[in-house]
Design a protein around this ligand. Structure first.
Ligand code: FAD
Length: 349
């Protein structure tokens, strides 16, 4: 094993880099390719929008972390893999060869809605922030009331915008659904459950059933989709285009390809897509890359049965959920703040 290529600085690869910074990996040349040398941490994005965090505070210096981990940093975006030749192609036309490649490019926002090009997707996060930075947003619509849509709705309302949140579901799912609906109401978000958006027209104007409403900006938080190049490269994928992996996070079709984070589906133990699971993927990858280089057998990753979810509600207030347990309060926001800051400080020198 001479060359390991890491694609994307997702949560999983950040955990790998953190491990390599603690204890270098000898015996392989490791390269990370990702578009940005510095990126905003997604867990803090609602807090940045609400004004609780500055950009610097919520940024990860990936290039510096690579330096500490003895990993070569390459700025770029992979748009194809040649699985036969073991070569990744970047969008600037350059190529990177590998013996093993690990993919952690996250997910993209689902974009099948007619008029999606008139909306602003919540991902890539840095592009989202750049698009709203410094703008006085008065009338904001958000399509999709998952955790990201609900958190951003409350953050933007906290910042003074009149926010309308559309959801095609009649209620918010999950055991914390009722708490989130109440928090939206308290935060003066105009929450419209069961109102499916059929198109976004010029304006931007939202068409939902018989109603038409114009906004300053329409934000798309319509759920996760797989990056198209994963399936088009020839890796085995599930029905939605996410790469199918074994419990070692190796592709079920190509063992020299590892996939982690949002864009992987574990064939035998499917679990939710979230940053919490992605970090655990990374901890498992770090162990397995060391085994790979020293010729030892790889260890399986065992997903945790339940993960803690902390959803911020605009102000310094959050809803907590783990399994069937839910609670809320200012203490929950402080808990989230502590966890997020601890994660970022673990990635800093
Ligand atoms: C507003 C918001 C708030 C969230 N809050 C939470 C939370 O509090 N807790 C939680 O658990 N989850 C949260 N999530 C979900 C969480 O962000 C995702 O589940 C998580 O980011 C997935 O991590 P990942 O490791 O798959 O990749 P990501 O963290 O999404 O990172 C992907 C990386 O790959 C890079 N990349 C993308 N495409 C390419 C390419 N073609 N070539 C090279 N590099 C590429 C990107 O630049 C980035 O560095 C939130 C999501 C949003 C949108």
């Amino acid at each position: 094993m001479r060359r390991i290529l890491l694609v994307g600085a997702g949560h999983a690869h950040l955990a790998v880099l953190r491990s390599l910074a603690k204890e270098a990996l000898y015996g392989a040349r490791v390269t990370l390719v990702t578009p940005l040398a510095r990126q905003i941490y997604s867990g803090m994005l609602p807090g940045v929008v609400a004004g609780h965090y500055g950009l610097q505070e919520s940024q990860i210096d990936i290039e510096a972390l690579c330096g500490r981990a003895y990993v070569e940093f390459a700025a770029g975006r992979v748009d194809a893999l040649d699985l036969q030749a073991r070569r990744a192609s970047l969008d600037d036309g350059s190529k990177l060869d590998y013996d093993a490649v690990s993919l952690n490019p996250g997910s993209v926002v689902e974009s099948s809605l007619p008029g999606a090009e008139r909306t602003l997707a919540v991902k890539p996060i840095d592009e989202f922030l750049a698009a709203i930075d410094g703008k006085r947003l008065v009338r904001v619509a958000i399509i999709g009331a998952g955790a990201a849509g609900a958190e951003l709705a409350m953050a933007l309302a906290y910042r003074g915008a009149a926010v309308t949140l559309y959801s095609d579901r009649p209620t918010l799912p999950g055991v914390a659904g009722e708490r989130i609906a109440l928090a939206l109401r308290r935060g003066r978000v105009d929450f419209r459950p069961g109102m499916s958006v059929s198109a976004v027209e010029e304006g931007p104007t939202i068409i939902a059933g018989p109603s038409r409403q114009e906004f300053d900006i329409v934000i798309r938080a319509t759920g996760s989709a797989a990056p198209a190049w994963i399936a088009s490269s020839g890796l085995m994928v599930d029905g939605l285009g996410f790469a199918m992996v074994h419990d070692t996070l190796q592709s079920v079709s190509h063992p020299e390809v590892f996939i982690s984070g949002d864009c992987a589906t574990m064939r035998d133990a499917p679990h939710p897509r979230s940053g919490v699971y992605a970090v655990r993927h990374g901890e498992s990858l770090a162990v397995n890359f060391r085994s790979l280089v020293s010729g030892k057998p790889l260890e399986p990753y065992l997903p945790q049965a339940r993960a803690l979810v902390l959803l911020s509600c605009g102000g310094r207030y959050a809803i907590a959920q783990r399994g069937g347990w839910t609670a809320e309060g200012a203490w929950a926001w402080r808990w989230k703040d502590w966890i997020d800051r601890r994660w970022l400080s673990s990635l800093r020198g």
